[in-house]
Every structure is written in structure tokens, then in C-alpha cells.
Design a protein around this ligand. Structure first.
Ligand code: ADP
Ligand code: MG
Length: 338
């Protein structure tokens, strides 16, 4: 029998990174989610070479205490949950304490962070190892710079697609995060070129305008509904403004972007026969529910969730959208009974 050994921390972090950090867009997602959890209302992302050379995320959130900085890069180290009970009532986007450890294990990372104006700390890590930490004057907030992604995992680097493809994944996840948080001002820059800029004034329709264009946003309808378990609200496009792919449907559960086929069907059902087969509307659907009714700990990237009473939720979405469209006299009354 070969001898069983415990893997080193560096190796187990790299294994975790294999799940969480699939491509540059995963780094952007994890860092921006951390900024959101830190209460930032301004989050700026800059990437170079579609994130392969460099990803820099700057926020004006809570910052991290100097003493906590080395801990933040440890695996399963988090400030967001402490007990098993917390795990079943997640209020933050993060909770697994994996992202920073994973990212740092496959890149060169610099962090500058301050919990109050003037009292900052700077840390540099390579291959997951802290090589330098010192204090410096800084404004409150956090900047994380991730360079040379996958430099030590050649197989993963090979899997990275063209810059155009990787950039579109980054823009996609940034769009979802921005649509889920209209109260936060986001920018995404590709080199010096501004790709996304949202106002952060809390107005979802304005966030939609920033992402999909003013014309599209202006023609969308607001909808809302609720029952004992769920609240839903958002914007949907008119049946004549559709797309051939479902990429323009954004589902958010307590501010977290996720994917779910049944709820997509629920949105489409709201249009009755007004939608041509194979066409999808543009929609942003916010779902509010008691965090205890959703299990977000299904997949490392948390883009799939398990919702109890999913059918009830799907019907609520359908009914709320159908009602709004019918008020616009877009759907003949006869369809209501379908
Ligand atoms: P998680 O988000 O699951 O807690 P991470 O590895 O992403 O795990 O982050 C570890 C910890 O580092 C977080 O719990 C948080 O305390 C801190 N942290 C990370 N990014 C930021 C940030 N931008 N601002 C403030 N704190 C941060
Ligand atoms: Mg996180």
C-alpha cells in the first residue's frame, strides 16, 4: 500500500482553486463579491489582457485590519460565518473563505487595505506565500491586484480562451453584479477603455440602461409581486424585444446572481404565447426570501442554489410578469385562463 500523506496547504489551495477559479472572470467575480460584502458603494475593476496579465479591483468598503490580512489568505478563513447555524442563513455573497487563498495560490497578489483613512497595510504574496507586509498611509477601502494568473498551473493557463472570449465572460459577470446592486457604482476597464459604468444611485432601470442601453431600458416594464414566502420584482422587456439566447435573463436571489432553468421557464410562461419559440426576453428578476429557504452551498462558485418551494416561486414570477404585461394590453384576456 502506498503511504497516505496529508497534502501541503499550498497544494490543497491549488486543488480548491481548480474548482473556484476557472478563468479570469472567476477572479473578478470573487473579488467584486468581496467588495460588495465589505459594504463598498464604489467598485472599480481594471483588467489587462482580459485579466491574464492583470486584474485590479479597488473598493471603498470596510477594509481589513493589518493583523487579519495574513488570515484572510488562509483557506476556510472568513469573517462572514462562524457557526453551522450561520451556514443555513447566509446574508453575504461569500462564506466559504476560499477565494483569496485560491487566487493567491495561482497568481501574484498585492493587497492594499485600510479600515480607516490613513491606516493602511500592504501585502504581497506569490504562489500563496506572503513575501512582504508593511504599513502605509491609505484611504479606507481595499485594492487587490492579481497578476500572472495561472503562472504556476500551465494546464489551466492552456484552457484559457481568446482574449475576446475571456473579456466577454468578465463583462458578463460584471453586468450581473451591477444589475444585482444598483446602489453600487461600478466601473470595468479593459486596459484604459471603459467597458461598463453604472451610476450607483439605486435605480435598477438606470443600471439596466448602463448595461443594455438606454433604448432597451426605457421600453422595459417594471413588475412586482409577493406571497407568504417570496417577494419578486424587476424589469422585463416587451414581447417584441427578444433575444435568441437566454444570456439577457438575470435572476438574483437576495442580490446573488444564479442560474435556474425552472425559473427561466417561469419568466417565459409569463409571456404566454406572445413569445416566439426559441426567443427569450430581456429581464432582471430580483427574488427576496428568508435566507433559510435557500441553500447556496451547492456548488463552489455558488451560481446554482437550491430553493425550497421552487414551484411556488416560479408561479409567482409567471403571474407577476403576466399581470404587468396584460395591464399593458399586450396579452389578450383569454390567455389568462391558460
Ligand atoms: P469569503 O468571502 O468566503 O469570506 P474570501 O477568501 O473571499 O472568503 O475572503 C476572506 C476574508 O477576507 C473575508 O471574509 C473578508 O473578511 C476579507 N476580505 C476579502 N476581501 C475584502 C474586501 N475587499 N474588503 C474587506 N474585507 C475583505
Ligand atoms: Mg469571498
Amino acid at each position: 500500500m502506498p503511504k497516505i500523506i496529508e497534502l501541503s496547504e499550498a497544494l490543497s489551495n491549488q486543488i480548491a482553486a481548480g474548482e473556484v477559479i476557472e478563468r479570469p472572470a472567476s477572479v473578478v467575480k470573487e473579488l467584486v463579491e468581496n467588495s460588495i460584502d465589505a459594504g463598498a458603494n464604489q467598485i472599480d475593476v481594471r483588467v489587462v489582457d482580459a485579466g491574464i496579465s492583470r486584474i485590479t479591483v479597488t473598493d471603498n468598503g470596510s477594509g481589513i485590519d493589518a493583523a487579519d490580512v495574513p488570515i484572510a489568505f488562509k483557506r476556510h478563513a472568513t469573517s462572514k460565518i462562524a457557526t453551522v447555524r450561520d451556514l443555513f442563513a447566509i446574508h453575504s455573497l461569500g462564506f466559504r473563505g476560499e477565494a483569496l487563498a485560491s487566487i493567491a495560490s495561482v497568481a501574484d497578489v498585492t493587497m492594499e487595505t485600510a479600515t480607516a483613512d490613513g491606516q493602511g497595510t500592504s501585502a504581497r504574496l506569490t504562489g500563496g506565500q506572503m513575501i512582504n507586509q508593511h504599513s502605509l498611509p491609505l484611504r479606507r477601502g481595499t485594492m487587490i491586484d492579481v497578476a500572472n494568473l495561472f503562472y504556476n498551473t500551465p494546464a489551466r493557463l492552456k484552457y484559457v480562451r481568446s482574449q475576446t472570449t475571456e473579456m466577454s465572460h468578465i463583462a458578463d459577470i460584471m453586468s450581473r453584479l451591477a444589475l444585482g446592486h444598483p446602489d453600487i457604482a461600478f466601473t470595468l476597464r479593459n486596459g484604459d477603455k471603459l467597458a461598463i459604468k453604472t451610476a450607483g444611485n439605486g435605480d435598477l432601470q438606470q443600471a439596466i440602461a448602463a448595461i443594455y442601453g438606454v433604448g432597451t431600458a426605457r421600453d422595459m416594464l417594471a413588475f412586482a409581486g409577493d406571497n407568504d414566502d417570496f417577494g419578486v420584482n424587476g424589469y422585463v422587456s416587451l414581447p417584441d424585444n427578444t433575444r435568441s439566447a437566454r444570456n439577457y435573463l438575470t435572476l438574483l436571489i437576495n442580490g446573488r446572481y444564479f442560474r435556474n432553468n425552472q425559473l427561466v421557464k417561469g419568466i417565459i410562461a409569463g409571456y404566454g404565447s406572445k413569445l416566439m419559440v426559441g426567443r427569450y426576453p430581456i429581464a432582471v428578476v430580483n427574488i427576496q426570501l428568508d435566507p433559510q429557504l435557500v441553500d447556496v452551498n451547492v456548488h463552489p462558485t455558488k451560481q446554482e442554489v437550491r430553493i425550497s418551494k421552487e414551484n411556488v416561486l416560479s408561479d409567482l414570477i409567471t403571474d407577476s410578469i403576466r399581470q404587468q404585461l396584460s395591464e399593458q394590453n399586450l396579452i389578450p384576456d383569454a390567455l389568462h385562463n391558460l
